[in-house]
Design a protein around this ligand. Structure first.
Ligand SMILES: [Zn+2]
Length: 64
């Protein structure tokens, strides 16, 4: 018993994952969990980037 794999916990679904080179999605258990996590991160930064958009940015161009 010398090749005991390191077990980590998937940050997304909390299941046990073997930390090994063949697992290219580590620390996630699968591509699906990795994509979910990346999606959450992306939407988070998108929200922060959109905060500065003002509805009055077109003002000063009234026709009348
Ligand atoms: Zn997972």
């Amino acid at each position: 018993m010398s090749e005991k794999p390191l077990i980590v916990v998937c940050p997304q679904c909390r299941s046990s994952v073997e930390w090994k080179p063949e697992n290219r999605y580590r620390p996630f258990c699968s591509e699906r969990c990795k994509m979910i996590d990346l999606g959450q991160w992306a939407s988070e930064s998108y929200r922060m980037a959109a905060v500065e958009i003002s509805p009055d940015s077109e003002s000063g161009a009234y026709p009348e």
